[in-house]
Write a protein that binds this ligand. Structure first.
Ligand SMILES: *Cc1c(COP(=O)(O)O)cnc(C)c1O
Length: 389
């Protein structure tokens, strides 16, 4: 039919082999075997009981994951960035001020997103290998009186973890909401939303939750909900949590179609959460802490140097390592992949060309994986020294 009208011929798509690697970068991480299985479950209509029941499982498990009793918890269709865009555009109106505590690439992304929505975004920058102390943040809050403070909990571009306990209270004292990126910390590092007074948070499946990228859990406090319910501005339609709350039945009895949620992503997220619920958060946090402690000890034995000077600032899920002078980061990463089948990453944003980033998290948070990666790194260091002589 209409064959003569075909101007563009069909390209031939070759069979391609995809090598399975041990994914030990800052994300994506390997996925749980049970998640691989969950991904093959049937596709169903976005308006049926099987779906609603799975969404309910997800919401209740997200209350547990974020440690919040909030009703407004759901997941955004998209990777971690979609969660970032959602919390910013729903909580902060155009021309309002958002203070961005900046120490890595994710804070720069938040700045970029905020500026696109005409938010008055103010970056407050500190050196990339450090974290914020509350006195300095208080000075900034006093100075700018922002609608919200944006801060990243675990930063995968620098390998630091930010202390958050008490920060919510400080923000509220100055009338600001506290927005937190937990993409690479959630599940791997303690996070207590209600206890710490966090107002809006987003995460992602592809890091310590060990699922595929493509869905981003979010949660909003009572304070944030009040702001959202009284707002005069319109956030992007696709990320409007007022509408999404209806689709997710957050307040009961509203099951409105907003967009077609991807069934495989729903099954996958549900299964990731099931894996964590089964282990419990305190156990999973301790696993990450213990495995990383062991990994760091092994790295030190091999003579590796850390980018982050203070031990208490080092993130349990992603480690940043500085190579001795004369080593090329790209060559190091390639050698690891080609000779050991292990994928680690070089730097990103402020650490580009300055550090290796190694993520040992989720399903990979085991002593065996930590040993394998440390040994491969030592072997690579040796091999590259030899070849450069
Ligand atoms: C990976 C990461 C993101 C981005 O997530 P995507 O799933 O790639 O969109 C955001 N914040 C942090 C801290 C991350 O580690």
């Amino acid at each position: 039919m209409l064959a003569t009208k075909i101007l563009v011929p069909a390209p031939k798509i070759e069979e391609r082999k995809i090598t399975e690697l041990l994914l030990c970068g800052p994300g994506p991480c390997n996925i749980w075997p049970s998640v691989t299985e969950a991904l093959t479950k049937p596709i169903v209509s976005p308006i049926c009981d099987e779906y609603y029941n799975a969404m309910e499982d997800i919401r209740l498990s997200l209350n547990y994951l974020f440690q919040t009793k909030s009703k407004l918890v759901l997941a955004i269709s998209g990777s971690g960035h979609s969660g970032m865009e959602t919390v910013i555009t729903n909580c902060v109106a155009p021309t309002e001020t958002m203070l961005i505590a900046t120490r890595g690439i994710w804070d720069e992304r938040a700045l970029n997103i905020a500026q696109r929505y005409n938010i008055n975004a103010i970056p407050y920058r500190i050196p990339l290998d450090s974290t914020f102390d509350f006195e300095n943040i208080e000075t900034q809050l006093k100075k700018w009186r922002p609608t919200a403070l944006f801060i990243t909990h675990g930063d995968s571009s620098t390998g630091t973890v930010q202390k958050l306990e008490g920060l919510g209270e400080l923000c509220h004292k100055y009338g600001a909401l506290l927005i937190v990126d937990t993409v690479v910390s959630i599940g791997g590092v303690p996070f207590l939303m209600d206890e710490w007074g966090v107002d809006a948070v987003y995460a992602s499946t592809q890091k310590a939750l060990s699922g595929p990228a493509g869905i981003s859990p979010v949660a909003f406090s009572e304070r944030a909900q009040e702001k959202i319910n009284n707002r005069k501005h319109q956030p992007p339609f696709y990320f409007d949590v007022k509408l999404l709350a209806q689709q997710w039945n957050c307040y009961g009895n509203t099951r409105a179609y907003h967009h077609t949620l991807s069934a495989p992503m729903i099954w996958a997220l549900r299964q990731c959460l099931k894996e964590i619920n089964k282990r419990t958060l305190p156990v999973f946090w301790k696993t990450h802490h213990d495995v990383t402690k062991h990994f760091h000890k092994r790295l030190q034995q091999y003579g590796f140097k850390f980018l982050v000077p203070k031990v208490e600032d080092r993130l349990a899920t992603v480690t940043t390592v500085v190579l001795p002078r004369g080593y090329d980061y790209t060559t190091f990463v390639r050698h690891m992949r080609e000779n050991y089948n292990i994928l680690i990453f070089g730097g990103l944003g402020p650490t580009a060309g300055k550090a290796l980033r190694i993520g040992i998290m989720g399903v990979n948070a085991t002593i065996e994986v930590a040993d394998a990666v440390a040994e491969a790194m030592a072997g690579t260091l040796k091999a590259l020294t030899k070849s450069s002589l």
